[in-house]
Design a protein around this ligand. Sequence first.
Ligand code: AMP
Length: 561
Amino acid sequence: MTDFNEFTHACRTIENTPGSLDMTGQVAQLLQDVTCDELPVVTHFIMGEVFPAWSAEDMGIGTSLLYTALSKTAGISIKKMESLVRDTGDIGMAATVALSNKPRGQATFSLFIEDTPPLSILDVFGRFKNISKVSGKGSQATKIKNLQYLFNSSSTEQAGYIARLAIEDLRIGVGEGIVRDAISKAFEVPISDVERAFMLTNDMGLVAVTARSGGSEEVTKLGIELRRPIRMMLAQVTPTIESAISEMETVAIEWKFDGARVQIHKDGDNITLFSRRLEDVTRSLPDIVSAVKENVKADSAILDGEAFAVDESGRPRAFQEILKRFRRKYDVELTAREIPLTLRLFDLVYLNGENLIDEPLTDRRAALVGCVENAGSIKVDEQVLTADIEEVNRIYNEALEAGHEGIMIKNPNSPYSPGKRGKNWLKKKPVMETLDLVVIGAEWGYGRRANYMGSYTLACHDPDTGRFLPLGKVGTGINDEQLAELTETFSKLIIIESGMTIELKPEVVFEIAFEEIQKSTNYESGFALRFPRLVNVRDDKSPDEADTLVRIGNIYSNQRK
Ligand code: AMP
């Protein structure tokens, strides 16, 4: 059993390491040093998560619950705890300081008993697992007790990392990219194999364990499993229809529906639906579940499609309406009647035990058409194969007239590339491209808006380090109703509040329109947005799906051309 101290020690070293190459080496060493049981846990921990992102397991620890547990353990008031977080600027450091100042009389139970074994990595995980299992009345108290146990059994430095892990914000700069490279280095498996296995399983812990026990041979065997989501294939923007056609020659054109992505797993009569964030949304969408049961003729299948809401005339309703359906946990049947969904299927990645991702799009579609019986609310979307620009323009205009976003231009010979935003799927929309950015901070408003958070700090994503780098603030495009709703959402994500300024847990993605990207020394990303405006709150996107620093840099350079 590995002591949790080993993990803490590795985190401290990594945190103080500037280069990502050295960081990869240190993570690789840690992965090699732990036991097989500990390996999946440590792989998730080091990325700042406790369970794989797709798993339904969730600890539900907000900052206020964490502050309560810490203040109880340290014997200080919650106000004092909050002020420590403000002063140190970090929950981990605040936990360490609070517990170091603990009066002698409150020394921990474990310190009185000399031979109490030190806290192990699996002890910490076990407590987190207990926390994820409790629900209903009394659950808050049980969560606090479990956290108190951990804080009481650990050194003050360990407690700092436990506090950060509890809210899944480890802040040591290790993201998916570094862990992927570290697994490759530690267990001598090519990076591309690790990457592909991760895209198919969505579980870096599983990939690490498999790499250690079976090397490249077993890692490449890791594949699709029903009821475990695979990463969705993504699209790139194409500047013009002409450039897309000249690159692919014959193109497959489909409408780009104005809705939300759904990945559908059919395992006999069991249907599971995943959102674009790979969250299980089955319970919120009973109409889609029954439409799939009735109209998909396959023993097992994984289908990809877009769900949208329509008004009486068949035109798509606002994106926020669709999200109401995806978010709904109670009265789902009632909401389903109020906001009926239409599903358009455009891909099939698995059929009756066979993985189709490496098959060309045309073959996957033929199989899709073969297993779906089109009905009113569920259909395979129409696709036209053509090399004729006029025809593509005609379809583009039709889609826009029908109220949808534009078109998708797909390479008919391409495989399904999970998690990839490559050149095989291009999107063409009329508006200036928007950016998806993560909200990492906010400011309290003034005057009439004094009780609301009025301005939000936006950041792009650096996939290698998992960090979010700021590039601007947005306060425009937000009406009063939205402001109240956003303030409520964000109040649960406050990490530190200092005067008017708030630091937020990176969780919510805003779709932002802007006039121009400029170089700037004001923001850590090195860029700033001119005239940013909120277009949508993208609840369907997770923070790591936000636009990357590389894309911001590309848009900047293209602007200048
Ligand atoms: P974006 O969200 O701007 O990156 O555009 C890609 C998204 O368009 C996908 O994730 C789908 O949710 C959506 N979409 C709508 N229609 C289609 C289609 N026919 N094929 C693929 N994606 C589509």
